[in-house]
Design a protein around this ligand. Structure first.
Ligand SMILES: *Cc1c(COP(=O)(O)O)cnc(C)c1O
Length: 361
């Protein structure tokens, strides 16, 4: 067996310890005589898996009592529709567009109502976060929407927007559990787990109870109502049982490590190694304004497409996998999610330094 350093943006690296537990429990979970994959979602064993996962997530994120935790399917892209379907009372929402994922979310919301783009960084290819302290928030906006960490462009919103009293909805897919958050500042905070929490197939939605409504847009299917899932504890239909089980193991791993504040320190240390190198390099450079840099996704370029391609090929050969930038941006991108060990970042930087030596101008 030889595991590589996997810098994929998602699905992404998982903690080896979690995979080993899953391996050990693959054929028989505890004394059930079967795999978690084979169990009824109404069984005692699975109920306990689900309950424990929720309890541990509540501890990790310090989720207030008046918020529900939903384990849903359909990925991030389904939330782009569920949010407006469930929250658009006035059929108006304000979107802050800082990259591909908020742009897609805004485009989807336009199916359902009026979308005002109250801020955008499209003018500089989404390489920065605009000032969000005094936006022209619409009087009748049902909510204000952000993607807090733009996976493709590598930016993070560090100061939440001043929503002027409106509900804040945030997609945190690619920074989920990477650092502490104050859940009470959000109406909905949600993420697809395949970036930083687990295997593809689960989307976790944390929603303030007063936003779980009977009155949603007409023609909203049963499965698309938050209320359906909230009323049934995420067991309205068969949930992605095995994937929830893996998420639960990741939560245990994080708790053992010391929770999100410890995780943040580790993530900062990892990102610093790469950013410091980039800032001193003569051939590689980061593409994002320094103060808006993500701890999770680090895009960088050489300025030459040929050299980028040469680097990606050489890195891949050296066991540094999935380092190629998103097809819409090009260059390189290293995703340094929670489960990426610091050794992986060091190996990457060492490799980049060697490459730089061989290509000194
Ligand atoms: C990956 C990603 C999505 C889309 O998730 P899917 O599960 O593929 O639909 C949405 N938002 C962000 C920030 C992402 O990184």
């Amino acid at each position: 067996m030889s595991r590589v350093f996997n810098f994929s943006a998602g699905p992404a690296v998982l903690p080896e310890e979690v995979l080993k537990t899953a391996q050990a429990e693959m054929l028989e979970y505890k004394n059930s005589g079967m795999s978690v994959m084979e169990m009824s979602h109404r069984s005692k064993d699975f109920e306990e898996i689900l309950e424990t996962a929720e309890k541990d997530l509540r501890t990790l994120m310090n989720i207030p009592e008046n918020y529900k935790v939903l384990f849903l399917q359909g990925g991030g892209c389904t939330q782009f529709a569920m949010v407006p379907m469930n929250l658009m009372k006035n059929k108006v929402a304000d979107y802050i567009v800082t990259g591909q994922w908020s742009k897609k979310a805004a485009a989807e919301a336009k199916i359902f109502g009026t979308v005002n783009e109250v801020a955008s960084s499209a003018d500089k290819n989404f390489s920065y976060i605009p000032d969000l302290s005094d936006l022209n928030i619409s009087d009748n906006a049902d909510y204000v929407y952000i993607c807090q960490n733009e996976t493709v462009h590598g930016t993070t919103i560090r100061e939440l927007p001043n929503t002027k009293g409106k509900i804040l909805v945030a997609d945190v897919s690619s920074m989920f559990l990477s650092e502490p958050v104050d859940v009470s500042k959000y109406g909905i905070i949600w993420g697809g787990v395949q970036k930083n929490v687990g295997p593809a197939g689960v989307t976790i939605v944390i929603i303030r109870e007063d936003l779980i409504r009977e009155e949603v847009l007409p023609f909203t299917p049963t499965m698309m109502k938050y209320k359906t899932h909230a009323d049934n504890n995420s067991l309205y239909n068969t949930p992605p049982c095995y994937n929830i089980y893996i998420c639960g193991l990741v939560f245990k791993w994080l708790l053992k490590l010391g929770g999100t504040s410890e995780m943040k320190k580790i993530n900062e240390a990892k990102a610093k190694i790469l950013y410091d190198y980039l800032d001193g390099s003569k051939i590689f450079h980061g593409t994002v304004e320094k103060k808006n840099r993500s701890l999770m996704n680090v895009p960088f370029v050489t300025g030459s497409k040929e050299l980028d391609a040469e680097f990606v090929a050489a890195a891949t050969k050296a066991g540094l996998k999935n380092i190629k930038g998103h097809r819409s941006v090009g260059g390189m991108r290293a995703s340094l999610y929670n489960a990426m060990p610091i050794e992986g970042v060091k190996a990457l930087v060492d490799f980049m330094a060697e490459f730089e030596k061989g290509h000194a101008k």
